[in-house]
Design a binder for this molecule. Sequence first.
Ligand SMILES: C[S@@+](CC[C@H](N)C(=O)[O-])C[C@H]1O[C@@H](n2cnc3c(N)ncnc32)[C@H](O)[C@@H]1O
Length: 211
Amino acid sequence: MEEAKPYLVLPRRLRRMREVLAHRQKDLILFMDRVKNEHNFSALIRTAEAVGLQEIWYGFDEPYPVPLNEGVTLGAHRWIFLHRAENPVETLRAFRQRGFQVVVTWLGAGSRDFREVDYTRPTVLVVGNEVEGVSPEILPLATHRIKIPMVGMVRSLNVSVATGVILYEAFRQREAAGLYDQPQLSPAEMEAIIRRWAYEDVLRRKQKPPA
Ligand SMILES: C[S@@+](CC[C@H](N)C(=O)[O-])C[C@H]1O[C@@H](n2cnc3c(N)ncnc32)[C@H](O)[C@@H]1O
């Protein structure tokens, strides 16, 4: 007889986890380049998780911890893998070598309308710092430079708003292409994540000493 898995969540919760994982888009990645505002950093995580991303990378050049606000993420950070890129250029180069297109938001000349890009391809979307935008060292790695058209007096959008607009265009295209209809994660990948969510993370939270 198969040994029961020691999941520490109710069956209903487990079902929900499996449903969510069936829609995960493992080849759609968000890269946050030095996003420093706590609200932005956290809102980006929440939106990415809502669209079905499983992985976020970020570059962060400050000595203090990343500005994550659980009141803004509403727990989304628990359901998505957050990786810090010690060397953003190398991280993005590695993604390109794996066949990902690197789509960089860039407000300068030479950017195309964000709706012209095919987001059904394996994609890393790069968004930038609130003041400086995306670092110029990242630009040579861009497969596409994109911008959201604007016709007002203000020259840029808030980063979390801009990211939401682009990710929902990616969602729209991927949904139309049927990429949410079939699981993108393999059964083994799904089980590994379920084990983490429904066992390891629960255990870690239970063992955490009260603050
Ligand atoms: C406030 S903007 C940075 C402005 C900065 N002066 C620049 O030129 O990039 C912060 C980030 O929001 C995103 N963003 C803002 N407006 C955008 C737009 N119209 N199109 C695409 N991305 C945008 C980009 O990721 C940008 O790096």
